[in-house]
Structure formats: structure tokens, C-alpha cells
Write a protein that binds this ligand. Structure first.
Ligand code: ATP
Ligand code: MG
Length: 409
């Protein structure tokens, strides 16, 4: 990618109406654009980051048998009335609108109802189960507050996986597989060491549901943890009964702020019963399908990664999330010529800063953009037939010969 060709420009100053650090940095670095409070556009670099996050999640879910689809955002009220989730008194974050043809539709805040209903056309026998179905999709929620940048928005990207089973044992076994997949996903996303599975309220037939919380000073939630972090729980379940269950004492627990980056639920019959998703078992009797659901806030995760790694110079992306691996700067006639060539041979690896700017300005932008490695090719480095590589994370500089560097690519 050649920076001179991009419509996106970095900004020197912070946007005035942005109170969160993640959105402030992402806007200044040209990854996102703000439409209004709680609503952001993803510009070319921001989109690449989202796609990288999605691909990490997709690879792990496919390993546990996930099948990807894409459902509609517009929702039929009739389905949501069956589960009593259409009423604004019951679910207070709906965006709803009138159809010109008469009647109402809603913009999906989640997809349990339509997917459960959809499967009635495809599931009739125990032979059709189990199933694990997921999507990456824009969800709409009329959130009261939107102050955490891309970590809480009114339109956001979620990965939602739903599983369907003939028995509680099969649901339990799949739930464990998802726990393993989630651990891998958060590790690969670079936030694994500070992301914990927590005990949360909202279990349907089990006492708890589980959330995935990343310890983060600007997180909206409060969680409690013991010294070795083998027990982490949400504040809403901190009571004597739960402490007893988990065999910890209140005074052994410390609290910290955290951001919820995902959650998993055993739903059992919560949606399949009212929506009538049934199957015929091997003894020819009709049974209700067991369900689980498993979310990850894809765009929130991007905000969490920004908050975790950014420093006073700007963004810092882990290598497998970064939109490009290298930020390339050529200085002087020969340096520019070689940089240009290098970029042309590997356009997907490099952001090539070919703008007519002073090197100092390019260095500052390479830091603001958080690209893992800055490559400088100048008359000075070429005098030794070398290129200079600087790690954004550690600031460590290294000189490699051109041949060594191209071999690395
Ligand atoms: P929260 O408690 O943060 O409001 P939730 O419990 O309502 O979230 P779910 O409905 O289970 O969340 O959504 C799955 C995931 O989507 C959450 O774990 C979170 O990471 C993400 N998410 C939820 N609401 C938002 C939002 N308004 N903006 C961005 N991401 C969100
Ligand atoms: Mg929650």
C-alpha cells in the first residue's frame, strides 16, 4: 500500500468530541471515522485489522465444526414475541422501525430467535444433529451510554455461534470445546495472558454463565479474583452462596476493572421450546433441541487490543493483528528507488510511505500507526549495503543486509 495513494490522512490533533483513548488513537491514525456518538466507520486499515481478528476466530471455530452463514439484520417481530423479547419493557435496546407496507421490523441486537426458527426448516431427526452455526455480523443496540470508543457502540461487529444438540451431555461436551477454542482465540489475539473465564449470572439451567473478561483499567465491568487467578468472578455474583460454591473467601479476593470480550451460555430449551425447534429421537419420540450460544465482541476486542498495547507514541499492533507487517521509508535517491522496488514486489506486506514529507514526520506516523516493524533504507544504511529494522514494540534497532531482509520476507 502506498500512502500517497490513500484517501486517509493521519491527524495531528485529537478529535474534540472523543473521550476514549482507543477511538482517539484509531481516528488520529486513520483506522476509523466517527459518524456520531457510538457509531464508527472502519477505514481501509481498520477494516484489515477487523478481518485479521475475524480470521483468527474463524479458523478456531472451523476446527470445532463451526459452519459459517450470514443472517439478515431486519427482524420479524412475530418471532421475538414468541420468546417475549420484542417488548421494549423486556429488551430496552431495540432499534425498531415501521414498514411502508405496514407493520414493524427491528434491527437485530442478537440472533437466537431467527436462527432457531430457521433451523425448523432443516432439523427434524436426531440424525440432523448436532450442529454448530456461526456468523460475523453487525448488531444494533440502542445503548444509553457510548463513552468507551469502539468498545461500546450502537452498531458493532459480533461473532455469534449457536450450537444444537440432542442431549444435555452433548451440549456439555461442546461447551467444553468452545472453552478451549476461546482460550486459543484470545491467545492468538495477543490478550490471552490477561483474559479470564469468569463466573457470571444469567445461567439458564446451570447456576452460572461464563464471560471472558480482559483485565483493563478502562473496562466497564468490575471483576474479583484470587491471588493465582484460578477463580475470577463478576461483581453481580459476589455473594456468600457463590463464594461458598467456589470455595474462596471474600478477603482472598481483589478487584479490578475489566472489559467483557465474550461470553458463553448453556441455553438448554430457552429458545427452542417457545419457537418449537424439535427433533425425533431414535425411539421415534419427539424431543426439544438443546441449545448453547457463544459470543465474541469482534470490534470491542479491537478496542481492547488498542487499550492494552498503545503507548504515548500511538498504536502498537501484535503482529498477527496488524494491517501490514512493515512500514517502509526510503531516504535519498538510491534509498527511495530500492524501497519502491521492495514495495512493488510485496505490496501486501508493506505500507510504503512515499509521501513528500520530512523523514521525521514519517517516523512519527510509523509510530502512530503501530505497524510492527519500521524499515528504513537510506544512503547511510546503503553505504553498508544494509536496511534498518526497528521494532515498534521494543524499539530495538537492527541492521540487516538487503539479502538477509528479503530472505526474511
Ligand atoms: P455488555 O454486558 O458489555 O453490555 P452483553 O452481555 O449484552 O454485553 P452479548 O449480548 O452477549 O453481550 O454480546 C456478546 C459480546 O458482544 C459481548 O461479550 C461483548 O464483547 C460484545 N458487545 C456487547 N454489546 C456491545 C456493544 N454495545 N458494543 C460493542 N460490543 C458489544
Ligand atoms: Mg454482559
Amino acid at each position: 500500500m502506498k500512502l500517497s495513494h490513500s484517501f486517509v490522512k493521519t491527524l495531528r490533533n485529537s478529535p474534540k468530541d472523543e473521550s476514549s483513548r482507543n477511538a482517539d488513537l484509531l481516528i488520529r491514525a486513520g483506522y476509523i471515522h466517527k459518524e456520531m456518538a457510538g457509531v464508527y466507520d472502519y477505514l481501509p486499515l481498520g477494516l484489515k485489522v477487523l478481518e485479521n481478528i475475524k480470521n483468527i476466530i474463524r479458523t478456531e471455530l472451523n476446527k470445532i465444526g463451526g459452519e459459517e452463514l450470514l443472517m439478515s439484520s431486519l427482524q420479524n417481530p412475530e418471532l421475538w414475541k414468541k420468546t417475549d423479547r420484542w417488548d421494549d419493557q423486556k429488551v430496552d435496546i431495540w432499534f425498531k422501525t415501521e414498514l411502508n407496507a405496514g407493520g414493524e421490523v427491528g434491527l437485530a441486537p442478537t440472533h437466537e430467535e431467527p436462527l432457531t426458527n430457521l433451523l425448523k426448516d432443516y432439523v427434524s431427526s436426531y440424525k440432523d444433529l448436532p450442529l454448530a452455526i456461526y456468523q460475523f455480523q453487525t448488531k444494533f443496540r440502542n445503548e444509553l451510554r457510548a463513552k468507551s470508543g469502539i468498545m461500546r457502540t450502537r452498531e458493532f461487529l459480533m461473532k455469534d455461534l449457536y450450537s444444537f444438540h440432542t442431549s444435555e451431555e452433548d451440549l456439555d461436551a461442546y461447551y467444553s470445546k468452545v472453552e478451549t477454542a476461546y482460550k486459543n482465540i484470545y491467545d492468538l489475539l495477543g490478550i490471552g495472558d490477561e483474559t479470564y473465564e469468569t463466573f457470571a449470572s444469567g445461567g439458564v439451567f446451570s447456576k452460572y454463565s461464563h464471560e471472558y473478561q480482559t483485565f483493563l483499567p478502562v473496562g466497564e465491568d468490575t471483576v474479583f479474583y484470587n491471588q493465582d487467578r484460578s477463580v475470577v468472578l463478576n461483581d453481580e455474583v459476589l455473594n456468600d452462596e457463590v463464594l461458598n460454591d467456589l470455595n474462596v473467601k471474600r478477603e482472598e479476593l481483589s478487584s479490578t476493572r475489566a472489559a467483557e470480550v465474550g461470553n458463553i451460555f448453556k441455553l438448554k430449551f430457552k429458545y427452542s421450546e417457545p419457537l418449537g425447534l424439535k427433533f425425533i429421537d431414535n425411539e421415534n419420540s419427539q424431543k426439544t433441541v438443546y441449545m448453547g450460544c457463544y459470543g465474541i465482541g469482534v470490534s470491542r476486542v479491537m478496542g481492547v487490543i488498542v487499550e492494552k498495547f498503545a503507548d504515548d507514541k500511538g498504536l502498537v499492533w501484535p503482529e498477527n493483528i496488524a494491517p501490514y507487517k512493515y512500514y517502509l521509508i526510503g531516504i535519498g535517491e538510491e534509498g527511495t528507488k530500492i524501497a519502491e522496488n521492495l514495495h512493488n514486489q510485496n505490496p501486501n506486506l508493506f505500507i510504503y510511505d512515499d509521501r513528500n514529507l520530512r523523514p521525521g514526520e514519517k517516523f512519527a506516523d510509523s509510530e502512530l500507526l503501530g505497524i510492527p516493524y519500521r524499515i528504513v533504507i537510506s544512503d547511510k544504511t546503503l553505504a553498508e549495503n544494509k536496511v534498518e529494522i526497528t521494532s515498534r514494540l521494543t524499539g530495538k534497532k537492527e541492521l540487516l543486509t538487503l539479502e538477509e531482509f528479503t530472505a526474511k520476507l
